[in-house]
Design a protein around this ligand. Structure first.
Ligand code: MN
Length: 277
């Protein structure tokens, strides 16, 4: 008989860009990750549910339910869970300060790490427009930068009202393969600038699907990556140290997978059956 490996316990786990409801979401990998990594606090850094994808084409396999159930169960068992909406789950942005199933919704939050460092936590999409027009805005200065963020919010609010999807920076950046690296750098730069404005030691964000922990001009930039391609998370240990974890599903025998599937099916207590596309 094989004993299940013990889960690693962390102070905080940061996860973003899971995109549940899109076919690309690696929900089964995430379930496996959550089975092996526990935390006192889990902060969901946006684009957890892909509302825009679901609106166009309902796709919600059992794996998506399992992720939600697993998180809700941990909340019930005492894990503090904070949900910071992104652009794909922006419907939640209308409910800051509310709770559902023990999960708190906040637009942004300040995370104080065990070592006393303070981090601004946000999804990061509000900087798309700044990144696009970085050079021009740099000449215009602070007020233009703030105005750009405001206009971006307004435009995307309008698009949402018209039933149009959010203008996706990351998808666009991927199309510009040659330029993508520049844009990742620009994004990082403006987000770090925002952290400086908030007088914090670092920033934790998602959105561009590019996981990294890096110090930049005295500010720590942390991007949690995604669960669409890279399967990455950031974990804070009890000393306040941040770790980037890339979760590659261990090679399992078909029998193991079958047993795991059965386990998950048994674990899930959803009242409604999953509705397949
Ligand atoms: Mn996003």
């Amino acid at each position: 008989m094989t004993k299940a490996p013990k889960a690693r316990q962390f102070r905080t786990l940061f996860l973003s860009d899971i995109h549940l409801g899109s076919r690309a979401a690696k929900a089964d990998w995430l379930i496996d990750f959550l089975r092996h990594h526990h935390a006192d606090t889990i902060i969901l850094v946006g684009d957890i549910v892909d509302g825009w994808r679901l609106k166009r084409n309902w796709y919600w396999p059992q794996d998506c339910n399992n992720v939600v159930q697993k998180l809700l169960r941990q909340a019930r068992k005492g894990t503090r869970i904070i949900y910071i909406p992104g652009n794909h789950d922006e419907f939640l942005r209308d409910f800051p300060g509310t709770h559902f199933g023990g999960i708190e919704v906040e637009l942004t939050t300040i995370h104080e790490a065990a070592d006393g460092r303070r981090y601004l936590v946000m999804h990061g999409d509000e900087f798309d427009v700044v990144v696009r027009h970085a050079r021009m805005l740099a000449h215009l200065g602070d007020w233009a930068y703030d105005l750009a963020i405001f206009v971006n919010r307004l435009v995307n609010y309008g698009r949402r009202r018209l039933g149009l999807p959010y203008w996706s920076f990351s998808a666009w950046a991927k199309l510009q393969v040659k330029q993508a690296v520049n844009f990742i750098g620009e994004f990082q730069r403006v987000v770090v600038e925002e952290a400086r404005k908030h007088d914090v030691d670092g920033v934790i964000c998602g959105h561009i699907h590019h996981a990294v922990i890096e110090d930049m001009d005295g500010i720590r930039y942390i991007n949690t990556g995604d669960w669409v391609e890279s399967c990455t998370a950031v974990a804070e240990d009890y000393d306040g140290e941040m770790h980037l974890i890339e979760w590659r599903q261990p090679v399992a025998l078909p029998a193991d997978l079958k047993r795991r599937k059965a386990l998950d099916a048994g674990e899930a207590t959803s009242e409604k059956p999953a509705k397949a596309a």
